[in-house]
Write a protein that binds this ligand. Structure first.
Ligand code: ADP
Length: 190
């Protein structure tokens, strides 16, 4: 299977690029952010709890997102592979993902990190907030908190995958097509 972790800070373009990757490589897109927003839209207890954390730009507990990914992997046993978007976000999540895949004799093929400077991320997120309806994209303090959480808890995963020889970094600036071209090259090498 081809299992790609698409990595990068909030606003780096993971969601947009995931759609192109899905089309070209026929992988299943698993975004924990999207899964959590579906829970919120459905008004489930999990969604109600997650919303409080997400609106503040904080992470939801590891066991919650790990459980959601576990369910999706089990429900898609015949997939050609997966693109993980917004997951893993902590070392705990990365270890759990390795274990879940291993129990199916599988593993991560590669991690592709989109690099975008903070000023650009903040302006992209504020722009997205104007019409996405996402509360976490409409407040600069919340955006800065998400970037801090990314730098404090998530960025270390570059080392985690680097140690396994699975880390590739690419420039996330440019047109959607330009960035996708770089991702395609990285996937061919994964
Ligand atoms: P972005 O990357 O633009 O912040 P996401 O949709 O990936 O957007 O995530 C939105 C919010 O959902 C995060 O700020 C966090 O509260 C929560 N979330 C998403 N994925 C995870 C995860 N893997 N672990 C913990 N919290 C998560």
């Amino acid at each position: 299977m081809l299992n790609i972790v698409l990595f990068g800070p909030p606003g780096a373009g993971k969601g947009t690029q995931s759609q192109h990757i899905v089309e070209k490589f026929k992988l299943i897109h698993l975004s924990t952010g999207d899964l959590l927003r579906s829970e919120i839209a459905a008004g489930t207890p999990l969604g109600q709890e997650a919303k409080l954390l997400m609106d503040d730009g904080k992470l939801v507990p590891d066991e919650v997102v790990i459980g959601m990914i576990d369910n999706k992997l089990k429900a898609n046993k015949d997939a050609k592979g997966f693109i993980f978007d917004g997951f893993p976000r902590t070392t705990e999540q990365a270890k759990a993902l390795d274990d879940l895949l291993k129990s199916n004799d599988d593993s991560i093929s590669g991690m592709i990190a989109l690099e975008v400077p903070d000023e650009e991320l903040i302006s992209r997120l504020l722009e997205r907030g104007k019409d996405s309806g996402r509360a976490d994209d409409q407040n600069e303090e919340v955006i800065k908190n998400r970037l801090k959480v990314y730098n404090d808890q998530t960025a270390v995963l570059k080392d985690y995958y680097s140690k396994q020889g699975k880390f590739q970094e690419i420039n996330g600036l440019g047109t959607i097509e330009e960035v996708f071209g770089r991702i395609e090259n990285a996937i061919e090498k994964a």
